[in-house]
Design a protein around this ligand. Structure first.
Ligand SMILES: [Zn+2]
Length: 247
């Protein structure tokens, strides 16, 4: 687990090939996502690394209900009663009214390359006992309205990776937590590090993601904190333009 300071009151933590964000306001914390199920210790360690306790987490804002982003949530809700929110459509996905996640067969299909074999090994270890995880107690929040949570994060609709994918804008710091709507790297990516879409096998509706990039690029942020890969700095419109070049 690695924690880096992104801006004042904003940290990025990296667990098993995935990131989560920590936004502080005094002693209070908002978590943006919660890592893989086997990242729960790392999640607690990331709070300790910034001098906070799990009890200080006022809310978890979820970008989307894939296991690598929601894994630590059951521990936080059962032990600490932490409230969890996301956009309305993603609440249904979190409940598992339906599932838009890579299938086991698609996962095994990644074993054609050595980097895929390594990734599949790490991922299976991280998720296997938790494949049926569902979150029944997630509250829906409206888009484009600041939440009453530390940092006043603003949920932004960014559908495509999943139908209800929700990014979070932190206007005071010019930070966008983009989740998996826009990333900067992934163990399975064949592109060099930098703004990019996840490999297609991960994306439920890639054309919709690509269409949405224009709107995403218009958001007032110059620090991109993705669900996978390193932080990228620069006007969001420029970062998005680099995605188009690569595509
Ligand atoms: Zn995802």
């Amino acid at each position: 687990m690695k924690v880096t300071e992104v801006a004042a009151n904003v940290h990025l933590a990296t667990g098993t090939n995935v990131n989560w964000g920590l936004v502080t306001d005094g002693t209070s914390v908002t978590l943006v996502d919660a890592g893989y199920p086997n990242d729960t210790r790392a999640l607690l360690a990331s709070l300790a690394a910034i001098g906070r306790r799990p009890e200080d987490v006022v809310a978890i804002v979820l970008t989307h209900a894939h296991l690598d982003h929601m894994g630590g949530i059951p521990m936080m809700t059962s032990r600490y009663g932490t409230p969890v929110v996301t956009g309305e459509e993603e609440v249904r996905h979190a409940r598992r009214d339906y599932l838009q996640q890579m299938t086991p067969a698609e996962m095994l299909g990644q074993c054609r390359h050595l980097r895929g074999v390594t990734w599949v090994g790490q991922t299976l270890k991280a998720v296997l006992p938790h494949l049926k995880m569902a979150l029944t107690d997630v509250r829906a929040v409206p888009f484009d309205v600041a939440l009453d949570v530390p940092g006043g994060l603003v949920p932004v609709s960014t559908p495509g990776h999943t139908n209800g994918h929700t990014a979070y804008l932190l206007p005071s710091a010019g930070v966008l937590f983009s989740g998996d709507a826009l990333v900067t790297g992934h163990p399975l990516s064949t592109l060099p590090p930098g703004p990019q879409l996840l490999p297609s096998v991960f994306n439920h509706d890639e054309p919709r993601m690509i269409t949405g990039l224009r709107e995403l690029g218009a958001l007032p942020a110059d620090i991109l904190v993705p669900g996978h890969g390193d932080v990228a700095r620069g006007a969001l419109s420029d970062l998005v333009a680099r995605v188009r070049t690569l595509a």
